[in-house]
Design a binder for this molecule. Sequence first.
Ligand code: GEK
Length: 241
Amino acid sequence: MKKDLIFAKPVDQISEFVFDEHVVNVFSDMIKRSVPGYDVVISMIGVLAEQYAQPGSNCYDLGCSTGAVTLVMRHRIRKKIAKIISIDNSQAMVDRCKVNVLNDKMIIPVEVMLADIVDVDVENASIVTLNFTLQFVDIEKRVDVLNNIYSGLLKEGVLVLSEKIRFDNKEEEKFQMDMHDNFKKLNGYSDLEISQKRTALENVLVPETLSTHIDRLKSTGFSRVYAWFQTFNFVSIVAFK
Ligand code: GEK
């Protein structure tokens, strides 16, 4: 696994964060050292997928990056589903995801597509995952993404939504952000790396509160919405049609 040193050196003008080749090359290391609980979320998505995948249906990995969710679904699902559809709008991510799928020997068919999840039609789906992806979509378009997912889900279909969140309560926001910074420092990131990355992500990753997510999912029509995981300012929610 190549080490993430993208923000290790001081930069005069920090440009907006993009999911380009440099990020793809270190992505696995970057996400594990930056998102507390990432590995747990990935393996528990496997547990959810095993439980809720429906025969003949599609399972979607929206914002698939290098394919961690795609592969855990492919390894865990025992039913004869139609296929896994993995979508990302970064060409570099899609290319890497395709390689990772080719190197994986499981038999469930996987279609990896370059597309914006705002424009994709979800069809015949039993499971849809947005694993730390919706946070990168313009706030006003998030409801369209959820409506599209909801209408493409089968009865009893499941959406897994994982997000970085913010908190209305200032004290709690400070506590959760401090703990997240401590987590990154313990994982070897310097103060400079943390601060430069924060600037690069400022208008790119826009977190919302947990209640905003839950309310939006419920108003989209999801009948049961449960937060099943939280570590500091990272949560994962499961929503049932
Ligand atoms: C994982 N799910 O390893 N359409 C499609 N893809 C998008 C869009 C969009 N509008 N916006 C962002 N992306 C993965 C991790 S990373 C999370 C997801 C992170 C893609 C973007 O190119 C990137 O690959 C991914 O969403 C977000 O479980 O880096 O914090």
